[in-house]
Design a protein around this ligand. Structure first.
Ligand SMILES: Nc1ncnc2c1ncn2[C@@H]1O[C@H](COP(=O)(O)OP(=O)(O)O)[C@@H](O)[C@H]1O
Ligand SMILES: [Mg+2]
Length: 551
């Protein structure tokens, strides 16, 4: 068993691939793409780009290139060379060469890249500038950004660029003459009619802000798409590829532990398959042990990832030591705490604590709903809580240490898998996408009469300029605004009001609120008065059965 991604494992992302396909066609037609994919780390952005670009290359298309800004953006001297070299290398050099053959333009000029006039000229100008003692960093940046269009003109065919971890572009802000690096990018985008840009980023709050705050030069330029977790069908499909023959119950358990995150699914399923084969576990026990080993053992891949989140990604945040300390404290408490409660535990002032908590939201570690802060990823919370109070971590644990802790962990694991579950937002969107004239009994939607479900052309989450979100909006001849609350407490009037407000903003004719645990009496009264459709978790499941034709 090998623990790596291989291309045959690629699963799902049909909508996103279709979206990319039409963006690609439009780019070739002279209407270059401007799309941003926002998704948390390891949700599958890079794999999506790889899949799309690879399929085009296999079909003989050349004008596509992927650049990872996390690696490419250091200072303008390096960036200009890496950007131009990486793009030219992929488009002119083709797949048979290693990227590092092209990272130094000096060397690349003597390869087949030197046969391109566009490359010779841009690389030449960059190298000339670099040789000057007092070179112009802004000019280097500008030359690099201008390159793809020149290459496209030379080829006589549009180019589609995929920029991964785009938010790292802001690192160039520090350099002389560049100022806000987005300004020149904007000017470049407006000028380039033969280059499509598809960007992605893991730091979704930061990226959202970089693209969509009113002060941003790139405001309104990119259509934004969210890349979310897998639903159950896709999760099971991926599990089937990684652990062929695994029974339905064990596979369902992996779904519950992974919350639809394809990276977690991969780690747990591969480990499960190995444990069953090599250690003779029965299936369900195999899943539990695989989960614990992946999350708690310091050789586990999920452990590694959580460690990275905590130690590396947060190093760039303000006051990272204090942030980590707060997270530790919060991991050992129940979900959802106010700044004041956390401040008391941490022995800090509420104001300082609040600022730290907001910084943690900016890095997508926490999320805030009204005045309550909670972890975005329950699995990360679980990891953190066990880092201090779990097994004795002072020495490297053995496999037996980790497994022995299973009994201590059983209850926590059960609670965790309930919390993770299959991402319900994606289920909701899928259900909306299957609407097609079915007749639904009024009581399932909290309506006085039976309702004919409209067919939507598209279903997407909606985010307005203030970052306010609707989990699903169905658009077509009719517009429905939908919101989902999947937690233990009932939804109240505030939630109803908030939905109504957002629904009005987008001129939706229907608002639909779903709450797993149902609604307060006040909320129900308000929804009846305002004709808001509403369903609880069981009712949603019934509707799901009808649209999936399971009944
Ligand atoms: N569509 C997918 N099909 C199969 N595996 C996936 C898919 N998306 C993500 N994965 C798994 O998750 C891992 C992380 O994906 P990646 O694209 O690197 O995430 P991101 O770029 O969003 O951080 C991959 O190495 C792979 O194992
Ligand atoms: Mg990535």
């Amino acid at each position: 068993m090998n623990g790596y991604y291989s291309r045959e494992q690629f699963t799902n992302r049909r909508l996103e691939l279709t979206r990319l396909e039409s963006a690609y066609e439009a780019t070739l037609d002279g209407k270059p793409a401007r799309i941003a994919f926002l998704g948390l780390r390891r949700i599958g952005k890079s794999i999506l780009f790889d899949r799309f670009v690879e399929s085009k290359r296999t079909a003989g298309r050349k004008g596509l290139a992927i650049v990872d800004f996390e690696r490419a953006v250091s200072n303008p001297e390096t960036f200009s060379q890496v950007y131009v070299g990486t793009i030219a290398g992929q488009i002119i050099g083709g797949a048979k060469r290693r990227p590092r053959d092209f990272l130094r333009l000096e060397n690349a000029l003597s390869t087949e890249l030197g046969e391109s006039k566009a490359f010779r000229e841009v690389a030449g100008r960059i190298l000339t500038e670099l040789r000057k003692a007092d070179h112009d960093q802004a000019l280097l940046y500008e030359l690099a950004l201008g390159f793809p269009q020149e290459l496209a003109e030379e080829l006589g065919e549009a180019i589609m660029l995929f920029i991964d971890e785009f938010q790292y572009l802001m690192n160039l802000r520090r350099y002389k003459g560049i100022g806000d690096p987005r300004r020149l990018l904007k000017a470049t985008l407006e000028r380039q009619n033969m280059v499509g840009y598809v960007i992605a980023g893991s730091e979704i709050t930061i990226l959202e802000d970089a693209l969509q705050s009113h002060a941003s030069p790139l405001f309104g330029m990119f259509a934004r798409e969210r890349l979310g977790p897998f639903d159950k069908v896709d999760s099971l499909e991926l599990i089937g590829k990684l652990a062929p023959g695994l029974g339905a119950r064990a596979a369902g358990k992996i779904c519950d532990y992974s919350g639809g995150n394809p990276f977690y699914i991969t780690a747990i399923a591969q480990k499960t398959a190995g444990l069953i084969k090599e250690e003779g576990f029965d299936e369900e026990d195999g899943v539990d042990h695989a989960f614990l080993e992946e999350v708690l053992a310091d050789w586990g891949r999920i452990f590694d990832f959580c460690y990275y989140l905590m130690e590396i990604s947060l190093d760039r945040a303000r006051g990272s030591g204090n942030l980590k300390a707060l997270l530790q404290l919060m991991a050992e408490e129940n979900q959802g705490m106010t700044a004041t409660e956390i401040a008391r535990l941490a022995h800090k002032t509420p104001q300082a604590t609040r600022n730290y908590l907001l910084e943690l939201c900016r890095f997508d570690i926490l999320e805030r709903e009204r005045d309550l802060f909670s972890f975005r990823d329950p699995l990360f919370k679980y990891w953190l809580a066990n880092l201090r109070t779990g097994i004795a971590w002072s020495t490297t644990p053995t496999r037996a240490d980790v497994w022995m802790s299973l009994d201590q962990h059983r209850e926590a694991l059960k609670a965790l898998s309930d919390e993770l579950g299959t991402a319900k937002e994606s289920v909701l969107r899928e259900v909306l996408g299957l609407f097609d004239g079915q007749l639904i009994a009024g009581e399932l939607l909290g309506a006085g009469e039976d309702i004919v479900l409209p067919k939507f052309d598209k279903v997407e989450p909606f985010i307005d300029e203030n970052g306010e979100e609707l989990e699903a909006v169905g658009q077509g001849k009719h517009i429905w605004a939908c919101e989902l609350k999947w937690r233990r407490s009932t939804a109240g009037e505030t939630e109803v009001r908030r939905l109504l407000e957002r629904a009005r903003k987008i001129r939706a004719e229907r608002a639909w609120l779903i709450s797993k645990a149902g609604f307060t009496r006040e909320a129900l009264a308000l929804m009846r008065k305002e004709s808001v459709l509403h369903s609880n978790g069981d009712q949603l499941r019934e509707i799901e059965k009808v649209v999936r034709r399971e009944t």
